[in-house]
Design a protein around this ligand. Sequence first.
Ligand code: ZN
Length: 364
Amino acid sequence: MNLLELIQGDGFVLKRKASTNGGEYAGACPFCGYEWDTFRVWPESGRYWCRRCEKSGDAIQYLRDKKSLSYKEACHKLGVIAALNKYGSRSARKVKPNFTPKETQTPVDIWQGKAKTLLDGAINNLWSSAGESMREWLHTKKGLSDDTIKKAMLGFNSADICEPRANWGLETALNDDGTQRRQWIPSGLVIPCIDGDTVQRLRIRRDNPGEGSRYIVASGSSSAAVIIGKDKGTAVIVESELDALLLSQEVGDLVNVIALGSAQAKPDKNTDALLKAMPIILICLDTDEAGARASWKFWPETYGDKVKRWPTIHGKDASEARLNGLNIRDWIIAGMFGSEEKFERFCIQTVEGGLSDREAIQAN
Ligand SMILES: [Zn+2]
């Protein structure tokens, strides 16, 4: 959206007066209200000026003066508008119904018992003084509240654990060099996938991976996606579980959040069933190159035009974008409804009209 559309969007009529400098438009002034074309806009340079009241500036200045937004709020609003223009149109690709989701494996009982014991210890550790800097990191860098951290049952494993695989009910396996593989749980943040009261996966985020992987999944873990919420009318797909927790914390009253674990991962059977029932799916996979390449084609081909590509703005993922000032809630609402007016209508229909989220989304 250029400056011209921004001002016209507020209901001010501007007529083209000259073709110099990429076009000059004139109309009644949004500031002083004077009607005799004293207000001029040059869309190409993105500037406006009123000859009478002498208000002048660019899109950010317009939002500050006309809508009383702060500089940061104005930048944010323009960022969301730009994203809407870039990604806002739903895909019209043909659905190719050739995707068969896989059933995920549940870990064996002995594994679940080991994982539960390890997780309980890690949770205690996180809330002890040993976990203080980890909690601080989750607050400041990841934007998670204590309440979110507790509900997600995050933990802190303070020392590497390396055990025979048999202890975890796993079959023996060999490394490339012929030695016995072991169950390795490195020290770091423990991110569990919980189903009911059973542990399905342990993912560890290592503090200092060096040359190795940042994330390690305990052998024998389920590959199920993390699904937070099932009863809302929109599903948001992200890569990392920590981003999913942030989104759920900020906008979980409006959306179900799904963490796939990687940009290349495909929905498992449960996730696929949920996605098929959703009126809107926002794909918020990380905006690095691998994420974008892998993400796009599969989704509209599988779920059709209810899929909208909605990468984060101001950062490669949700937590980085938050650090750079993105209002997570506004960003998701813009993805769901496209405009504040539509969001207001949705709120009225759900709060006063008694419609469910899904019905209200479909009615719009
Ligand atoms: Zn004026």
